[in-house]
Design a binder for this molecule. Sequence first.
Ligand code: AHR
Length: 334
Amino acid sequence: MLKTPALKQVLAGIGAGALLFGLTACGGGDDSGDGGGDGLVVGFAQVGAESAWRTANSDSVQSAADADERIAELKFVDAQQDQEKQIEAVRNFITQQVDVIVLAPVVETGWTDVLQEAADAGIPVVLADRGIEAADEDLYVTRLGSDFTEEGRKAGTWAAETFAADADGTRILELQGTTGSAPANDRKAGFFEVLDAEGLNYEIVDSQSGNFTAEEGKAVMETFITTHGLEGVDLLYAHNDEMGLGAIQAIEEAGFTPGTDIQIIIVDGSKAGFQAGVDGKLNYIVECNPVFGEQLMDVVVQVADGETVEKFTPVEEGAFDATQFEAELPNRQF
Ligand code: AHR
C-alpha cells in the first residue's frame, strides 16, 4: 500500500542516502496527517523482549498505532536482540513497500547497506530508542528516544557527590548493556566523563556486559564476586534494571547486603527497580522512559508527510535517590 506516492517516487528516483533527510524534511506530501490515503503502513523492527523496559516500549508503540486513525497497520517484528534478524525484518519491510520503517537498532554499527536499500526504495527510516554511528546519520530521517549520555552523566553526578569524601578511592564494578549498543556505549561514556571532570579518585575493578538481561547480569555479578570478592568494592553501576536486579540476587546469595555493603545505581526505573529501592537494596535510579508510542506516531506521520523534523528528539526523563523511591513507586508505568 502506497500512501505517499509523490514523496516515495522522489526518494526512489534520488536513491541517495545523503539527500534523504533533506527531501523528507522539506518535501511536499499532503497535510492530511495520514499521507493522503487510508492510513500509513509502518514496519517496526524492535530490538527484542529483553527487559521490562522493552516490553513497555513495545506495548506503548503497538497500542498507540492501534489507537491512531492515521496508521492503517503496524507490522511488528521482535528481533530477539539479533542484528541479522533486524536487517532481515527491514528488508522484508522494503519488499512489502511499507510507507515508513521504524528501527530500534540493537547495536550502533553495521546498518549502512540496509539503510541505503531503504533509501533506494524511497522509504524513510525513523529510529526509535537507540541510535546508530554518526557515519550513517544521513541514512535516517530522525531519532526519537533517550539521551543515553545524559543518563550516564546523571549516574556519574550522583556517584561523584556520594563518594567525594572517599579518601582511599572509590572501587567500581560496572555491568554494561549489550556490547556495541548505543545505551551501553553512551551510559558508560557519560558516567566516566563526569567522574573524570569532578576529579573523583576511582578504580574500575571490573566491567563486563550483562546484555541487558537479569540472567546474564546475575551470572556476571557471580563472576565478579568470585574473582574480586566484594570487600572494599564501593559501587555497582548497572546499565539497566534487569542486570541490577540479577546482580542483587547474586550479592544476596553470596551473603552480602545490596545497597549497604555495596551501593548500586540502575538505569530504567521499572516498578521492580523502584521496589528494590524501597526495600533498601539499591541507592540511585536514573530513569529511561519507554512510553513514547504516541509521540512516535506523530513523528512517523510528519516524516511521511515530508514535514521538517528535528534530527533527534529526546524523551523526558528524571533521576531518583533513596529519599524519593517510596513516593515515586506508584507513578511507575512499567
Ligand atoms: O535502549 C534502551 C535500553 O534497552 C533499556 O535501558 C534497557 O532496559 C533495554 O534493554
